[in-house]
Ligand binder design. Structure first.
Ligand code: FCB
Length: 480
């Protein structure tokens, strides 16, 4: 969508605003045993029968480990000035502690240097759910020693890249990793125990605090954490549903925000969980450690959760109900207002110095037709959410950047390759990349530093300002 196509009406962003895409190591890299990488919990989990749709694995994924150079070329073609990626812990430390695998570190050094050469700001996430298997064998995140191992790993990465990465994210979505991976068991390592889930969440937060200290000493960059913030709202106006939604909201959001910004867990939920024997062990000083000041908060936003009371609904006695209205291929509600509400509420209540939307995006059933992907729904989704972000900025949220999930279609955890989130389509048979219309839309946003206003974004998405179709096939060839 060009400015011309909307009559030039753009909601502009401040100079220097970061426009990027986000990925995670296990979801895109592949090369699962290449160049000395050790196994991680996902390598094990995907091999358990029935855990991942279609029996898919991240063994090859987008083969980004080998195609990173071309992938950075695609980012440059899209005019992006930032890229969020994660480091695979077991590529750097195959056993999780001790021995450093230099080839693994070199991969990230090459990646970062190539990004900087293209004026693309690297935003490095240290941990996106891929614990080295060796550490899982010794208890994983349920064991406090894993938090110490994480701080040591952070130091290794900081020593290698501390002088050239401006944005450091300790953890990605500790809530999802703790609960979906350790209480519900739908993600690796597949543990199903709520108390363990809460202990894991606590250790992830403690490890964040220790890593902040390490990164302060060993890097020149800004340090933060990315939380999945998912507002929970009651399904009816009954008092019971309101209380259930409040519990859900505390469990999803305040359980992480309160320790990070206020050095405490939320009282009501703590009491609820304590009555059921589900609170974590908290060491002396842990809360002060977790609340080490950070430079920015990363917000990953996808959808809100409409919640009702349900006596049989697990330890929190609640259940989610469909929100109604439009949904993505994940079944997630499309409602940009929720992003605005979340950004403004979090800024008002917790006062982060800076905020980045470190993930936002949508899965749709994309098809390549004649070398093009007309993903009009994703374009509309992104435009609406970017406008909501712009409104939040106008209303005082210190928003500094926006990363679309994701650069490429990739391994979507327990959904395998069935769900496509990329602004670039990947044919997983051939590894052919095809820029979707949403990729060209993102280019126009990034290069104009503005989001088109007006409703007419769903149709007639321009192929990109420099024009007609040939640009796409040649990109496809160049990177396949
Ligand atoms: C987030 C994860 C990310 C991706 C998106 C769709 O919860 O951080 O890895 O899978 O969901």
């Amino acid at each position: 969508m060009t400015a011309a196509a909307t009559g030039g009406r753009l909601a502009g962003f401040p100079p220097g605003f970061l426009w990027g895409t986000a990925t995670a190591a296990y979801q895109v890299e592949g090369a699962w045993d290449g160049d000395g990488r050790g196994p991680c919990v996902w390598d094990t989990f995907v091999r358990l029968p029935g855990r991942v749709e279609g029996g898919d694995t991240g063994d090859v994924a987008c083969d980004h480990y080998h195609r990173w150079h071309d992938d950075i070329g695609l980012m440059a073609r899209l005019g992006l000035n930032a890229y969020r990626f994660s480091v695979s812990w077991s590529r750097v430390l195959p056993e999780g502690t001790g021995r450093v695998n230099q080839a693994g570190l070199d991969f990230y050094r090459r990646l970062v240097d190539a990004l900087l050469e293209r004026d693309i700001t690297p935003a490095l996430t240290l941990y996106h759910w891929d614990l080295p298997e060796e550490l899982q064998r010794h208890g994983g995140w349920a064991d406090r020693d894993t938090a110490a191992a994480f701080a040591a790993y952070a130091e290794v990465v900081a020593n290698a890249l501390g002088d050239r990465v401006p944005l450091w994210i300790t953890h990605n979505e500790p809530s999802l990793h703790a609960i979906v991976g350790h209480a519900v068991g739908r993600h690796a390592p597949g543990v199903r125990d709520w108390r363990t889930g809460h202990q894991v969440a606590h250790h992830l937060l403690v490890s964040h605090g220790w890593a902040v200290e390490v990164l302060r000493a060993g890097t020149t960059g800004k340090v933060g954490i990315s939380l999945a913030l998912e507002p929970a709202v009651p399904s009816t106006d009954s008092a019971e549903d309101a209380a259930a939604a409040r519990r859900h909201d505390d469990h999803l959001n305040a359980w992480y925000l309160d320790p990070l910004f206020r050095a405490r867990y939320p009282d009501d939920l703590w009491a609820w969980l304590a009555a059921r024997g589900l609170t974590p062990e908290v060491g002396f000083d842990d809360l002060a450690t977790i609340a080490a000041p950070i430079d920015f908060l990363g917000v990953n936003f996808y959808h809100r959760r409409v919640t009702c009371h349900d006596r049989d609904g697990g330890p929190l006695e609640l259940r989610e109900v469909p929100a109604g209205g439009t949904t993505t291929a994940m079944g997630w509600e499309v409602r940009a207002q929720s992003l605005y509400d979340m950004l403004t509420a979090v800024s008002r209540e917790y006062g982060p110095c800076e905020v980045y939307v470190t993930e936002n995006g949508a899965a749709y059933d994309d098809r390549v037709i004649g070398g093009r992907v007309h993903d009009v729904e994703r374009v509309a989704y992104l435009a609406q959410h970017m406008r909501a972000a712009r409104d939040a900025l106008s209303d005082g949220v210190p928003l500094r950047g926006y990363f679309v999930w994701s650069l490429l279609d990739n391994f979507q955890w327990d959904s395998g390759y069935a769900k496509r989130f990329g602004v670039i389509h990947v044919d997983f048979q051939t590894q052919c990349r095809t820029v979707k219309d949403s990729g060209w839309f993102l280019r126009d946003v990034a290069t104009s530093n503005g989001v088109p206003l007006g409703p007419a974004i769903t149709a007639n998405v321009a192929p990109g300002t420099d024009g007609p179709a040939p640009a796409v096939p040649s990109l496809t060839e160049a990177s396949s």
